[in-house]
Design a protein around this ligand. Structure first.
Ligand code: ZN
Length: 430
């Protein structure tokens, strides 16, 4: 495949290579240069910008089915009165349908790679492969409740089945959080991850109260507890770490673990904090996450980046916080955090996860600074073509492999059944 005569953008040094051809062979970029001989299908990139595929570093994708069901409530009510009540109704097929809907939304907004942390992940894997998307999948497990052992076994069976299933799917272990995973359980999961050479994906220090409780009960911050249990290491995804102290940030930086920053979710709960500027200052490897659509509404990483920049400026009251050159790498940093060296740079030998942006819409004109336009102005209609693993999965703004009208009907039916009144207690308590 040849993408002809396009402008290649680097999010790492904010450079533009105009009139450039990119030749793709199989799943890799074979050549980047000028006047390259045609090789297979030709995609006309003139007037467009070629960027790396965006990475969503923390998601609960199938929660698309719960979009809009718990608005204007506290975190406690969000979990206990709504989400963990409805998730008692969740079936494997719901996860397939909700994940396919989320994958469709992500691909149409230029996201090619997602780290998904949810339940029934075999169904999620099927949905991502049907849509053509790359995903790292962690089956979310609790270490408490009557059936935790059976659920953990299910998660392990999934990892064994999908470890070498398809090049687009990788698997991780997903202990839910420190507050729902007692030390013994977490230590067992860490040992299992070591044995199977798998990464870990866990929620941590999401809000201020968790840190206070941990200091009270353990005499250490949640991040210090993870450090002690050897959860912090290269490849680990820490979802949020939003209330990491400066000492915590140092520990994270030294360990090489990555943090998924989900700015829109924090703002939805009215939680303004200066995590991102401090983490960037400390040299912590950060990426961006959408979290679930029940708290984030959308799955767009361009939107999360915009919110993250604004949150950083507001929380510090400093317009110099989260500058464009600091923000752009965050759009695709998650690839390297997830273990794909060089992800996010358009170079020979790199993975062919690419997005063509079409800037001929009013919101993107004029072009004083294309990077500013991308960060602060771009919308999903500007995403023209999306390539994952060398395959075109969005062409001229339309999904190649997903029938959206049939999907909307299935999603509506699943969402209605999922939110039918349920009695009793929630599946967990926050
Ligand atoms: Zn989450």
């Amino acid at each position: 495949m040849l993408i002809r005569n396009t402008s290649v953008l680097s999010f790492h040094n904010l450079s533009i290579r105009e009139n450039t051809d990119v030749c793709i062979k199989g799943c890799r970029i074979k050549r980047v240069g000028q006047n390259i001989e045609p090789c297979g299908e030709i995609i006309d990139g003139s007037g467009c910008y070629l960027i790396p595929g965006l990475v969503n570093l923390h998601s609960h994708t199938a929660m698309t089915l719960l979009r809009g069901v718990a608005e204007d409530v506290s975190v406690e009510d969000w979990f206990n009165k709504y989400i963990w009540m409805y998730e008692k109704n969740l079936t494997p097929h719901d996860v397939y349908v909700g994940t396919l809907l989320g994958a469709a939304e992500m691909l149409l907004s230029g996201v090619t790679f997602v780290a998904d942390h949810y339940f029934y992940m075999g169904e999620a894997a099927k949905a991502y492969l049907d849509a053509g998307m790359r995903a790292d999948l962690a089956w979310s497990v609790f270490g408490v409740g009557d059936d935790w052992e059976a659920r953990y076994r299910q998660a392990l069976n999934f990892t064994e089945e999908f470890m070498d299933h398809d090049p687009r799917i990788t698997v991780s272990l997903g202990p839910h959080s420190l507050y729902l995973c007692p030390n013994d359980f977490l230590t067992t999961v860490v040992a299992k991850a070591e044995e199977l050479e798998l990464k870990l994906h866990i929620h941590i220090s999401e809000e201020e109260g968790q840190v206070a409780r941990s200091l009270n009960e353990r005499g250490m911050t949640p991040i210090q507890a993870l450090h002690k249990m050897e959860v912090l290491k290269k490849g680990t995804i820490l979802a949020h770490a939003y209330y990491a102290t400066d000492e915590d940030l140092q520990l994270i930086q030294e360990s090489g673990a990555g943090v998924a920053h989900c700015a829109k979710t924090y703002m939805r709960f009215g939680d303004i904090h200066d995590f991102l500027p401090r983490a960037l200052e400390a040299g912590v490897r950060c990426g961006l996450g959408s979290d679930g659509p029940a708290s984030n509404s959308t799955m767009s990483i361009f939107e999360v980046a915009r919110d993250a920049a604004l949150l950083a400026k507001c929380s510090t009251r400093n317009p110099r916080a989260a500058r464009i050159e600091q923000m752009m790498p965050l759009l695709c940093n998650g690839g390297e955090i997830l273990g794909i060296e060089g992800y996010g740079t358009i170079e020979e030998g790199g993975l062919a996860d690419l997005v063509l942006i079409r800037p001929d819409t009013p919101n993107m004109q004029p072009e004083h600074n294309i990077f500013a336009n991308i960060l602060y102005s771009l919308g999903a209609p500007n995403v023209d073509t999306v390539i994952v693993d060398g395959e075109v999965v969005v062409r001229e703004g339309h999904l190649v492999k997903v029938d959206l009208s049939a999907l909307y009907c299935e999603a509506a039916a699943a969402a209605e059944r999922l939110t039918r009144a349920v009695s009793g207690t929630p599946m967990q308590t926050y």
